[in-house]
Ligand binder design. Sequence first.
Ligand SMILES: Nc1ncnc2c1ncn2[C@@H]1O[C@H](COP(=O)(O)OP(=O)(O)O)[C@@H](O)[C@H]1O
Ligand SMILES: [Mg+2]
Length: 374
Amino acid sequence: MAGYNERTRGFVSIIIGWLKTGGTLTLTHVMTREQIIEALRQVKYPGFSRDIVSFGLVTGVEFTAPGTIVSLTVTTTDERVPRILQEQVAEVVGRLPGISRPVDVRVKINTSPSAANELPPREGIAGVRRIIAVASGKGGVGKSTVAANLAAAFHLLGMKVGLCDCDLHGPSLALMFGAGEQPTMDEDDLINPVTVSGIKLMSMGLLVDDDAPVILRGPMVTRYTQQFLRGVRWGELDALVLDLPPGTGDIALTVTQTLALDGAVIVSTPQEVALIDARKAVKMFAKVGVPVLGLIENMSYFTAPDSGRRYDIFGTGGARVEAEKLGVPLLAEVPIEMATREAGDRGRPIVLRDAGTPAARALLAAAEKIRGLL
Ligand SMILES: Nc1ncnc2c1ncn2[C@@H]1O[C@H](COP(=O)(O)OP(=O)(O)O)[C@@H](O)[C@H]1O
Ligand SMILES: [Mg+2]
């Protein structure tokens, strides 16, 4: 019976339309939610070359009696962003044929889900143009290696770069840059980062001995993380790269909830167990409205130096498939290389030590892509 009623209603509305237009019967195509979302891919996030759909900002399309409602959720402290998005979305959707009007665009400014009341609103860092978080679901997938090389690659591209090791419990960037110098503190209590290979670096590894455990819990973790980010004299930077600890623990939450991140890069190996966790990291950023700039597959394959044969040690193609599923770009497939591991251990990231190796080339290309997305 329901089917019959639906059909009757459709038929009646065509007749009414016909009467209203004075007898000209125009058969309009009725837009589906999916078609509207597809059309919204034309709308770029202000200042970015990525669209709002792939950033995961479109949270709903509803058809109601008075018109069409498009809902967006954004995380920004810039009040121009919601206004620009509202105008552009209204224009794109308004141009579509067969849409029920008026088009109402509702932009929700996202505040953190749990701690909105205790934490200050997300803010940038004075003097820092872009903040990029490098994250992973799992540890040991090469997140710090990628963060160090991306920062170094940005430097090679002529950008002013800072690198903050937010992995307070397992800091490795001081080692990866061979930094031994202790940061100094000024009278105004701001910490001066050390400069290594042209990059401003701050890491817990600069403050504690290599074998001293860093025991921090709960509120202390939040305080230290804040100090690393805001208590450091970063100066003028084109980009600040953050090496987040793996997973979605206290530090990652403090960073995503208090800092206005411009984007996140997720590192994973091709293995399903790593990808499952990478997916969670992508969702964490999407939930708080931080654009996921893409996935980097690390340890993608190994080419034996003696035979030239390729071995897919952790499988192959996993991140490519996952990136497609998640609707985010795959930024690089970085092979396992002795030279890359050695470069990290010897305090000079591979893109600086030997930019010609396949891993270095993949990381340099990823840095260029990221720069294009910002
Ligand atoms: N592409 C690679 N080729 C060779 N070794 C790598 C590569 N990526 C990471 N490694 C090595 O693997 C280990 C773990 O990497 P790391 O960057 O510290 O991971 P995470 O920060 O995710 O824990 C390090 O010893 C590093 O040198
Ligand atoms: Mg690490």
